[in-house]
Design a protein around this ligand. Structure first.
Ligand code: AQP
Length: 325
């Protein structure tokens, strides 16, 4: 079975990216064929400083390595290094429709935050490129956070549409969402997603120093009452902290609720902060060591060569199917 996932090198990676994505990749590498990439073409869909894009790309590669991904077992590469992504995108854009693209939540949210005249076509067509990323590698499993499921659903629609017309050419992917932590919320407003494009005290960044992380958890918004239990509607703050604790300790939410049953909010937060710092501290140190090892560029170049072999095979199949060759 083949697994593919990626992260956009925009903003600063958050604890949400760690729990919803990064932390889950390494588990597949012993018995799956794994492709993990840096979605740098996707990063251009919103304005980004060129130096920031270059720096973030290296940093994400270092975080991939720190998450336990072994470059001898998995293929780690940069999307823009494999030209087949752009080529398949040019073909598949004809098989997704304006109406369905305009219904994508990510497009609606991100375009709403911008002046209408400044919205690039790439932001609108984002799901076409994402479908190309997935389909090029004939991925069976795509591990993602909950916010990306809609984009995988539209990819699945595209596969049905394309294969109905040309025969069994594209492979149907399946999203795989982590059981606990599929949507980590902001600590300052637990009704919105913790996001790397927001800048606020409610987002824990993987590059924050440990004191800052602790402070952010200790000042997380909690809810009225004093009991600790899961209730997304009435206790979103406590539910979010319980989810973070459960995800980082690999326990069920039920087990965590039992553990913290008689805790006061302050003591509970202290335990959550300890787990966050004890997990992200060593993770951060490992990532920095990889970043400064000088290995990142070489590794990405090797990864791109391996990725291109698979991607180009699919591209040829698609070109033949539609009559380009
Ligand atoms: N809060 C979250 N909880 C759980 N999973 C999350 N993911 C993101 N935020 C959370 C998952 O991380 C992977 C990579 O995400 P992405 O690069 O597609 O972008 P993003 O982090 O979702 O983007 P933002 O926060 O909206 O900021 P920008 O657009 O500036 O990059 C995905 O699997 C995602 O589900």
């Amino acid at each position: 079975m083949r697994v593919l996932s990626g992260i956009k090198p925009t903003g600063k990676l958050t604890l949400g990216n760690y729990i919803g994505a990064l932390k889950n990749f390494a588990q597949y590498q012993s018995d799956h064929d794994v492709f993990i990439f840096i979605a740098d073409l996707h990063a251009l869909t919103l304005p980004i400083d060129p130096d920031e894009l270059r720096t973030n790309t290296k940093l994400i590669t270092a975080f991939y390595l720190a998450s336990g991904l072994d470059p001898h077992k998995v293929t780690i590469f940069k999307q823009s290094d494999v030209s087949a992504h752009a080529e398949l995108n040019a073909i598949l854009q004809n098989y997704l429709y304006m109406g369905e693209l305009s219904r994508m939540t990510q497009f609606k949210e991100k375009s709403q935050a911008m002046d209408h005249s400044g919205i690039g076509l790439g932001l609108f067509a984002y799901p076409v490129l994402m479908a190309s990323d997935i389909l090029l590698y004939e991925a069976n499993i795509v591990p993602v956070g909950e916010d990306q499921i809609q984009h995988i659903e539209i990819t699945r629609d595209l596969v049905v549409r394309f294969n109905n017309r040309y025969g069994k050419v594209l492979v149907m992917p399946e999203p795989q969402v982590t059981r606990v932590g599929k949507r980590i919320m902001s600590l300052s407003d637990p009704t919105v997603k913790m996001s790397k494009s927001e800048s606020g005290k409610g987002d824990i960044y993987l590059t924050d120093d440990l004191k800052t992380m602790r402070k952010k958890i200790m000042s997380a918004v909690t809810d009225s009452g004093s009991e600790i239990y899961v209730d997304e509607e009435n206790k979103p703050g406590i539910t979010n902290l319980l989810t973070i604790y459960a995800a980082l300790t690999n326990q069920s939410l039920e087990a965590c609720v039992t553990k913290f049953k008689d805790y006061r909010y302050g003591d509970f937060k202290k335990e959550v902060a300890d787990v966050v710092v004890n997990t992200l501290g060593p993770f951060q140190a490992k990532a920095m060591a990889f970043l400064h090892s000088g290995e990142v560029d070489r590794l990405l170049a090797e990864g791109a060569k391996k990725a291109a072999i698979i991607a180009n095979k699919t591209l040829v199949k698609v070109k033949k199917a539609v009559g380009l060759i």
